[in-house]
Write a protein that binds this ligand. Structure first.
Ligand SMILES: Cc1cc2nc3c(=O)[nH]c(=O)nc-3n(C[C@H](O)[C@H](O)[C@H](O)COP(=O)(O)O)c2cc1C
Length: 176
């Protein structure tokens, strides 16, 4: 890993979460504050959040909106957070939401937590389940928790969990 700040170097998206760990109220607030203070185009702040702590009603509704494959590991996350946008230009909203979640992720690392984002979920079903106002569109589900034991994962997930992470070389990313 190159010389990145530890807040970025230690971030990755695990599937093995500690099934016994819960978030404190302060930790949950701190994650949401990090997202709230993200920059956005024209300071429009087009993000809204539904925050579920493990086993509460919101958490259960979010969990069942995920594909069965992902429920296998996401059910151990301490929190499941829906990040939704308020409409308007979808490209701008997607950019702003991504930035808010990035800030949340950095804050999570600072708290010793890990985040795994998911865009594969039943958006319409979740909007109904959470009784979201018309025009509020769920965009991403963020699973948050403390690292668990990768060997407790089903075998297919264990291999992915322990494999080397890859990125394109920097030279391939430079356009000019
Ligand atoms: C916008 C977004 C959507 C993602 N959706 C999914 C998803 O639906 N299912 C999943 O298992 N991982 C999902 N991921 C996690 C990525 O696969 C992961 O971030 C990527 O493989 C890089 O790995 P790293 O985060 O460990 O560096 C998503 C990540 C992002 C940023």
């Amino acid at each position: 890993m190159p010389d990145l700040t530890p807040l970025l170097a230690f971030r990755w998206s695990p599937r093995a979460f500690d099934p016994a760990a819960m978030l404190t109220g302060d930790e949950a607030t701190s994650l949401l504050e990090a997202a709230r203070w993200a920059p956005s185009a024209g300071n429009t702040q087009p993000w809204r959040f539904a925050f579920g702590h493990r086993e509460d009603d919101t958490w259960k509704r979010i969990l069942v909106s995920l594909p069965a494959d992902d429920q296998r590991w996401a059910r151990h996350a301490s929190a499941l957070v829906v990040v939704a946008h308020t409409g308007g230009d979808p490209e701008r909203a997607a950019y702003d939401l991504g930035q808010a979640v990035a800030h949340l992720s950095v804050q999570a690392t600072a708290l010793g937590l890990h985040v795994h984002q998911l865009t594969r979920f039943d958006r319409a079903g979740l909007a109904t389940e959470l009784d979201l106002p018309v025009g509020i569109r769920p965009t991403v589900v963020v699973a948050v928790g403390r690292l668990g034991d990768p060997f407790a994962l089903p075998e297919d997930l264990r291999d992915r969990e322990t494999g080397l992470r890859q990125r394109r070389p920097l030279a391939d990313l430079l356009l000019a």
